[in-house]
Write a protein that binds this ligand. Structure first.
Ligand SMILES: [Zn+2]
Length: 332
């Protein structure tokens, strides 16, 4: 069903009382995991869903049937963050299960805004990339790609938002939500103190570092992410169940990701010189000679800008007005 986990056509046990249901994706990564956690009385919490494709739906439904007996047993659906591989089947799950959809406040707000004002969202994105110094044709191509991808994640009605650093999950006794911003502003992880099980969404991934990116909701996504990792480490999980890839035991990966995020800020700092450079150029310096598709470069721009903003805030870089609405950075 997917090349990263050959043979995993059926749900796999992930932790006591927790099952992993993997659904396919056409691009990279090749899969995403949803999790089913057993609650009292034969009820289940579903965490995340999959991309809004027929293939993914069939895989998710087969997994839910296999583990829980069917949609009726799903009592609550928590979505870790608003990216389409996690939220994409949310509306269909809501209809099939009739269960409330819970999501972090900032991601729920962001998703509702994008659904209600798609043209404003498009304009924001174009403005952001202009500020990065992206060429007009590149921006137009990226916008077209976005319009095409919208069908993979139809808007989901969120029934309740989860807010604050940490708290109980209504309808899922024994589980707590933990705010883990960075990858998105409202990203949530779920923690079960019994057995110290952490369902981490994309806050902790085993083989790749989660992309961080500038957004309109939080001023310092890199700083947010470092704080989120501290919060997760303090929970001392025995096992971390990620949105992509295999489970990781303990907190070693959390510490590695903190090193990696701080290291990225230093790597970006080392690329700045006395001459002003737009974010677009800083990305070219960071990945010299790399062929980057639109999606890849978009993530690189957002992430590099997040590190640049952090350097400006720390007084280590200077931001100036460049040409054509672009902003530039140089060493302070
Ligand atoms: Zn993901």
């Amino acid at each position: 069903m997917n090349t990263d986990n050959p043979g995993e056509a059926r749900p796999t046990p992930a932790a006591p009382g927790v099952w992993r249901v993997t659904t396919p994706m056409p691009g990279r990564p090749t899969h995403v995991h949803a999790y089913l956690a057993e609650l009292a009385g034969g009820r289940w919490m579903l965490v995340d869903s999959g991309l809004g494709t027929e293939d993914a739906w069939n895989a998710l439904e087969a997994g839910v049937t296999d583990v829980a007996g069917g949609w009726d047993a799903v009592a609550v659906h928590v979505i870790t963050h608003m990216h389409m591989d996690h939220v994409g089947l949310g509306a269909r799950v809501r209809e099939a299960a009739g269960a409330p959809v819970l999501m972090g406040r900032l991601d729920a707000e962001r998703m509702a805004h994008a659904a209600a004002h798609p043209e404003e969202e498009t304009e924001y994105r174009a403005g952001l990339f202009r500020r990065c110094g992206a060429p007009g044709e590149w921006i137009a191509a990226v916008q077209e790609g976005h319009a095409g991808a919208r069908a993979l994640a139809p808007p989901v009605r969120v029934d309740a938002v989860l807010d604050g650093d940490e708290g109980e999950v209504p309808g899922a006794d024994g589980w707590r939500h933990v705010w883990t911003p960075g990858h998105t502003a409202g990203h949530l992880s779920l923690f079960r103190p019994a057995g110290r099980v952490l369902v981490a969404g994309d806050a902790v991934l085993p083989r790749i570092t989660p992309t961080l990116g500038v957004n309109r909701q939080r001023a310092d996504p890199v700083g947010d992410y470092l704080a989120a990792l501290d919060r997760l480490e303090a929970l001392d999980p025995s096992i971390v169940l990620p949105g992509h890839g295999d489970p990781v035991p303990g907190t070693a990966r959390i510490a590695e990701l903190r090193e990696a995020a701080s290291g990225e800020t230093e790597a970006v700092a080392a690329l700045l010189g006395a001459e002003p450079a737009a974010t677009w150029e800083v990305v070219d310096r960071r990945y010299p000679g790399r062929e980057m598709g639109g999606g890849m470069r978009m993530l690189a721009l957002r992430e590099t800008l997040a590190h640049l903003q952090r350097l400006v805030a720390a007084g280590r870089a200077r931001r100036e007005e460049g040409r054509d609405g672009a902003e530039t950075f140089r060493r302070a």
